[in-house]
Ligand binder design. Structure first.
Ligand code: AMP
Ligand code: MG
Length: 417
């Protein structure tokens, strides 16, 4: 399991910006370091555990990029058509016989270039005369329509660097190198608790004053998207001693523990005190809306993140605190979220000094530009606001007002995880 020192999340100020929080996490969280080899088909989304250098050039040999006729550049007609006899035929996957000067070879896409040839005429650009010669037009450049060995990736080039979160195209590169497995960081084991007397587990009986626990399932699904193995730890009651004991009991079994709810400073918010009892705590007041204080703690060397209970605050703080922590524990290279510029179709006022996330949908305006429309209501408890929108408009610390037509940054939900 991850072993972190107690002071690893310590910070000086009372209110921390999102960027400061992310930088502290990236700098101080140590990767778990354990790796495993997985089959290529299972490597998507995993974190690569070592550099992958090209064991062979790609393409491995010089080949034709088109169906046509291979010739030597020395035989290219300069100003008038020229007829060359067709001396052979080579198709993809077959060995090529060398050609002599003054000969053309019928060739197909992906076939190796015959020795003595270096240029290919596309079949659409030539004619065959009655004698069976190929008639070449003038003006083709030497080396045209040929893919030299290594033009894509040179032998020895580090094509996939350690810490990369693998995508389907990365897996294609590994396969093109002839690999059958990739070494990846083992999946992080993350335990998730909900807290709150008002919560009933879906499938269990709900009293009149209870609602079904939704955050735990959202957070577990988000963790799965980040490649984690998730431990469902159920619901903790609003009671300090029991909460502290439960946290302590599971700490050593996980790389990271998440809780949701109970991190504010109300009388019935026991996560802060529970962490203090079981380990050590830093309460982060992040300058972010939605998102109330986020608790960070260390219990027996395992980091713990206490997210707020309001579903939207839980979602947004997951993205800004849990996501970078999970990536750092996995040894992934940090991947900052890059909002896409779109046009605001709403007006909005905010305080300076904190970052806000506005739930928004995208639409195509009459002039073709992408426009963000704001969800009409603002409550941090509105699940419908997450379900019925496409992503979050990010309004930076210095912004105080948005007017229709302003450029704003948009983060699609799919890009957050
Ligand atoms: P808290 O942060 O515990 O004060 O909770 C803030 C609000 O979020 C309250 O209305 C809670 O009922 C709600 N809440 C807390 N935990 C959950 C959860 N797991 N699922 C859905 N709503 C929750
Ligand atoms: Mg609560």
């Amino acid at each position: 399991m991850a072993q972190l020192s107690d002071d690893c999340f310590a910070f000086g100020g009372p209110m921390m910006s999102v960027d400061e929080a992310v930088a502290i996490i990236a700098a101080r969280v140590k990767p778990v370091g354990e790796t495993e080899a997985v089959a290529l088909v299972d490597a998507d989304g995993r974190i690569l555990a070592g550099d992958v250098a090209a064991p062979l050039p790609l393409p491995p040999f010089m080949n034709s990029a088109v169906d046509g006729y291979a010739v030597s550049a020395t035989d290219l007609p300069a100003s008038a058509e020229r007829a060359l006899p067709i001396a052979g035929r080579v198709q993809a996957g077959a060995p090529a016989q060398p050609a002599l000067p003054g000969q053309a070879v019928r060739i197909f896409t992906g076939a190796p270039m015959p020795g003595g040839t270096d240029t290919v005429f596309m079949q659409e650009d030539v004619r065959i005369d009655d004698a069976g010669n190929v008639i070449l037009p003038p003006g083709l450049k030497p080396g045209a329509n040929v893919r030299p060995a290594g033009e894509d990736i040179a032998r020895g080039h580090v094509a996939l660097a350690s810490g990369r979160r693998l995508r389907p195209q990365d897996i294609a590169v590994a396969a093109a190198f002839g690999l059958t497995t990739l070494d990846v960081v083992r999946r992080l084991r993350v335990g998730v608790f909900s807290t709150g007397d008002e919560l009933a587990a879906p499938g269990s009986a709900r009293t009149e004053a209870q609602l079904f626990d939704s955050n735990r399932f959202m957070l577990m699904a988000m963790l799965r998207r980040l490649g984690c193995e998730v431990g469902d730890l159920g619901i903790l009651r609003d009671e300090r001693a029991g909460l502290a004991a439960a946290l302590k009991q599971v700490a050593r079994s996980f790389d990271l523990i998440l809780t949701t709810g109970g991190v504010s400073t109300g009388e019935e918010d026991h996560v802060k005190a529970g962490i203090e009892q079981a380990g050590s705590l830093v309460l982060w007041r992040m300058a972010i809306k939605p998102g109330r204080p986020v608790a960070m703690g260390i219990i027996d060397g395992t980091p713990l993140i206490g997210l707020p209970g309001n579903p939207v605050a839980s979602f947004v703080t997951f993205v800004h605190v849990v996501r970078p922590t999970v990536l750092a524990l996995s040894g992934a290279v940090p991947s900052p979220l890059l909002p896409m510029p779109v046009r605001a179709a709403f007006s909005y006022k905010k305080k300076s000094g904190r970052r806000e996330y506005v739930r928004a949908s995208l639409r195509r305006a009459a002039d073709g530009a992408l426009e963000a429309t704001k969800f009409p209501r603002e409550g941090a408890g509105l699940l419908s606001s997450l379900v019925e929108t496409d992503g979050l408009v990010e309004l930076g610390e210095t912004v105080v007002q948005v007017e229709p037509g302003d450029a704003v940054g948009f983060l699609g939900y799919a890009d957050l995880l």
